[in-house]
Design a binder for this molecule. Structure first.
Ligand code: MG
Length: 339
């Protein structure tokens, strides 16, 4: 493929996308932050605008998922949850979203109705309002189905925003549940393995879990491991903080069905998207208490402490047979159009 045209990898959440964003987006924008808040350059899950005693958190996300309806969710649920989660992992209470819809001429109104009902139910779970939006229609040959763009706004007390760069040596790493469910279920559904497995997407809003952890205190960093999966998220957290991470493979929750599909397709479950999970760094002395609180919440039952932050430059996974491997960020998500 020609170097000067966009390829699917440019939207796949890995190194290729990061390079594109850096060279064509960041370099062309001059004012990238307000009142010294978290800026576009930070490439965190959201940005912030400090105002008085508070920080407003803003994030935006476009959704091009294929198929629109999949086991465990649909584009409406993923639009709401994805945006709510990006606000939530900043340590901010999500308040409202906006939703812009771009549809193909001929799109079934019944499907749109289902999608919006689903978006609404997802917002209701965490008491988030939908306060503005936009609707556009394009000719059939110009767009495939429906694309949704959601923007989320949330609020945090000044000084309490959680960054993805905040890991410190000695912190424990928690994941709030099993990894790879969304990407693997989508892939197996597309490949027609759906009948053999009851694997479903994990798509869910995570604010209720996150707020419990924040109430306890000691959360140093958070990220939702969406495109590029856990491998991308954990490497980004480590490199932004300038630390190493040691993980125990046996402690990392992965469903058997995910393992099975992963072997069939030759795709690493660490590299595919999750849409209802959080990777958290927490102070070691708070880790057990936070883990218990998460496990008592819906969507947190399988949470686990999976490793710790060390001095170093790599994310290393200790294998059950006593070996170790370096977990690198994927070049791109191996499964396209996952969110
Ligand atoms: Mg995110």
């Amino acid at each position: 493929m020609s170097e000067d045209k966009i390829s699917m990898n440019h939207g796949a959440g890995g190194e290729v996308m990061a390079n594109l964003i850096s060279s064509t987006i960041l370099d062309n924008i001059t004012k990238k932050s307000v009142n010294g808040g978290i800026s576009l350059d930070d490439l965190d899950d959201g940005a912030s605008i400090p105002l008085g005693d508070y920080e407003i958190i803003l994030t935006t996300d476009g959704h091009t998922i294929d198929p629109l309806f999949f086991p465990g969710g649909d584009i409406g649920r993923i639009s709401a949850a994805g945006t709510i989660n990006d606000v939530s992992v900043m340590g901010a209470k999500p308040l409202a979203i906006s939703n812009a819809i771009i549809m193909q001429e001929g799109f079934p109104i019944e499907d749109l109705d289902k999608i919006i009902k689903s978006l609404n139910e997802t917002c209701e779970e965490v008491d988030v309002a939908v306060i503005t939006g936009d609707t556009k229609v394009m000719p059939q040959d110009k767009i495939d189905g429906i694309v949704m763009v959601t923007t989320g706004i949330g609020i945090a007390k000044k000084g309490s925003v959680v960054r993805d760069s905040g890991l410190e040596v000695g912190d424990k790493i928690i994941v709030t549940g099993s990894l790879g469910d969304h990407g693997m279920s989508l892939m197996s559904f597309r490949e027609g393995f759906g009948f053999e497995t009851d694997l479903k997407s994990d798509v869910a809003p995570m604010w209720n879990i996150i707020s419990k952890a924040l109430d306890i205190g000691g959360v140093t960093a958070m990220k939702d491991p969406t495109r590029g999966g856990f491998a991308n998220a954990i490497n980004e957290m480590a490199s932004k903080a300038g630390v190493g991470i040691v993980l125990e493979q046996e402690s990392i929750p992965i469903k058997e069905e995910v393992h099975a599909v992963s072997e069939m397709l030759g795709i690493d479950p660490f590299e595919v998207a999750n849409e209802g999970k959080v990777v958290m760094g927490v102070k070691a002395d708070k880790a057990d208490e936070i883990l218990e609180a998460i496990k008592n919440e819906k969507y947190g039952e399988n949470a686990a402490i999976i490793g710790e932050v060390v001095e170093g430059d790599y994310v290393v996974v200790n294998t059950p047979i006593g070996g170790e491997r370096i977990l690198e960020a994927p070049i791109a998500d191996p499964v396209p159009r996952v969110c």
